[in-house]
Design a protein around this ligand. Sequence first.
Ligand code: SF4
Length: 317
Amino acid sequence: MFSDRPGKVLLHWYASSARQLPWRETTDPYQIWISEIMLQQTQVKTVLPRYRGWFELFPTLEALAASSVDDVLKAWEGLGYYRRARFIHRAAQMIVSDFEGQFPANFDDIMKLPGIGRSTAGAIASFCFNQCTPVLDGNVKRVLKRWYAEPEARDKTLWLRAQQVIDGSGDPATWNQLMMELGASLCSAKSPNCSDCPVHTFCASAFSVDVTKELRKQVPVVDVHWRIHLFTCPEKGIWLTQRPDAGIWGGLWSPPITVLDDRPDEDPTHIHQLTHRRLHLYPLQSDSDPIGDGRWVPSIEGYALPTGIHHLLDKMI
Ligand code: SF4
């Protein structure tokens, strides 16, 4: 369907309207990889300064592999989904130990790296090594479902569609970029702009997308209520514990947190929004001695704390 004329129209549209982004001006797999992982779940405007700063801290894969995981988590602070940072660190060490420090060029080898799924591997293999491997992130899924008017299509079908259209594109790297760009711009989740879309004469859903129905199918946001136990002492500072690796804010440092079964009577001091969770934070100052694993720190400087905890502490001071 999109392999011939519509494909050319899209390539032309992308050439004339794509945003200039630093990771689109390189084919270096280390740089592409970091950008792809940062861009999962994080907006471009947030990623831009962090992407540039990353390579000042970790200029090479070897430098990244030789760093401590705490240094990597600290560098990731504010980007959220910290599992990504731990995966990056482990993957860098694996590249050094198993691939002689060279980022693998083979799709199956790329897939072996921690934290890299089929879509991210497809992006790296196409952008860096010009392989015909599709990207299928949330934006691309939405575009394909709309093109083919298949709102219920499952991933298996979408991967087939994605492979068909990239096979006929003649330029897999640009094709993947333009699919993501189309989904992030004209064919957005909330307001598709079919009038300006270069493929509206070919798209099976043009001018008929039921946005309300589509959005209803999204995973609902769940409210959770957390008690944040603040142990502070003028001589010792603040008591921090390291969060378990699995779960929200995994591996980061925080005052002790307990999950509340019910919403308390008081208002939360801070509400922190994640993609599928809304964290309501209720601080409790305590004069007693903390128990359990943790450490007194005179300052939170140098510790990777979640953004939500930073905001909470800012409000408490
Ligand atoms: S015509 Fe509309 S629904 Fe179809 S791809 Fe373009 S913006 Fe999306």
